[in-house]
Design a protein around this ligand. Structure first.
Ligand SMILES: [Zn+2]
Length: 390
């Protein structure tokens, strides 16, 4: 991470030596991440790509550069594009736009120091790099996570008979389990978490698919609570890790219904407790997620996405993520999507935040430096290695 261009821990107050070295050099596992845009994008699309919540264009009275991620890009990515740190937004954009997308990826991604990307290959409105391209451009290995809703929607679009749906979905899931390291649900976006989590009986699944098919759309969207419960339980049946989008996302999602406490009826089921459940992002419910990670042996969480969006203020989020959850229950993630800046800055901010907070506890004599290094390695890579069997 030092690589001549910059020191990722620059400006932090006296980080103990061994901890600083671990924070700089640790090879991360980014357990929830997406590919980078394959095609060139214009400035409007670029700025929209680091506003998560709005689905509208950036208004004319402002630039999205004036935000925490915008400032972080200008601080940390600018030197890798051959311009001064904190270069003005127009200059940053010009330097970025001068590079082909793949060249930009190769310029930025290796500096994230990620040894393994666990990629969500689900829906994107623009083409994004697949795991093979990501590996080639970054130098890291890749694994794949399969999205449950996409699998179900593809089955329906393929013209499956409603009575055959349940069996066909279980076959698809079993097949995916052969190559993917886990599944992901975006039930937060579709119904919210406050649904009946009882595994539906076959007849109810067939009836729900019949209603769904009757809508006759060519791009079917799974929004039925019965079918959400069905696909989640089908995935849980494989025993592979299940990722759940939690909290922060775009405004299509009812944020208050994406509070992970609403998952309690699902998490209390003993059949679900045999499968690792990974709560993704979680902000602003990272404290609730930490509670659930303490309460259930099979529940894990991360603070990806939030770290990137909080930028220079992410140190506090990182410190709060180290409150009540056991340290074996948290994983590193960037949740970067589209822009390689996000893959890089996610890693830098996390390394800095962890070094700052753990460094302070070591300096104050609360923690040993060995323990601090060990916890950094657990959250940065070891826990993911264990959960996904990498
Ligand atoms: Zn994501």
């Amino acid at each position: 991470m030092q690589a001549g261009e910059f020191d990722v821990l620059e400006g932090l107050e006296r980080v103990p030596l061994a901890l600083a070295e671990t924070a700089r050099a640790l090879e991360l596992i980014d357990h929830h991440v997406h590919g980078c845009y394959v095609d060139e994008i214009d400035r409007a699309a670029f700025e929209e790509s680091f506003n998560e919540a709005s689905t509208d264009p950036i208004p004319a009275f402002m630039t999205q550069f004036d935000s925490q991620p915008g400032f972080a890009f200008r601080r940390w990515c600018a030197p890798l594009l051959g311009i001064e740190r904190h270069a003005p937004a127009d200059e940053y954009w010009a330097a970025r736009a001068a590079l082909a997308p793949a060249d930009l990826d190769r310029r930025l991604l290796p500096h994230a120091g990620v040894a393994h990307w666990v990629m969500d290959t689900g829906f994107s409105s623009r083409p994004i790099t697949d795991p093979a391209a990501m590996a080639a451009e970054s130098g890291g290995a890749t694994s794949e996570i399969v999205r449950l809703e996409l699998l179900a929607e593809a089955l329906l679009a393929g013209g499956i008979a409603p009575a055959d749906f349940a069996e066909a979905f279980r076959t698809e899931i079993a097949e995916a389990a052969g190559h993917a390291v886990g599944f992901k649900t975006i039930v937060a976006y579709r119904t919210g978490f406050d649904i009946d989590w009882t595994p539906p009986i076959e007849a109810d699944v067939t009836a729900a698919v019949t209603r769904w098919a009757a809508q006759g759309t060519t791009a079917p969207r799974l929004v039925d609570p019965v079918l959400e419960a069905f696909v989640v339980h089908a995935a849980v049946g494989t025993g592979l890790p299940l990722q759940v989008h939690v909290g922060f996302g775009d405004r299509d999602l009812d944020l208050h219904r994406a509070n992970p406490m609403l998952l309690l009826p699902l998490l209390r089921r003993t059949d679900v407790q045999r499968t690792p459940v990974l709560l993704l992002h979680c902000y602003p419910y990272h404290r609730e997620a930490g509670y659930l990670a303490q309460a259930f042996d099979n529940v894990y969480f991360d603070i990806g996405l939030g770290v990137n969006y909080l930028g220079a203020q992410s140190g506090q989020l990182i410190a709060e993520s180290l409150e009540i959850a056991p340290f074996a229950k948290q994983l590193y993630s960037s949740d970067a999507f589209g822009l390689p800046e996000l893959h890089l800055v996610g890693s830098i901010l996390w390394r800095r935040g962890m070094a700052a907070v753990l460094g302070r506890w070591v300096r104050e004599g609360e923690w040993s430096e060995d323990d601090a290094c060990r916890v950094l390695r657990m959250i940065g890579a070891g826990n993911a290695q264990r959960v996904y069997g990498l």
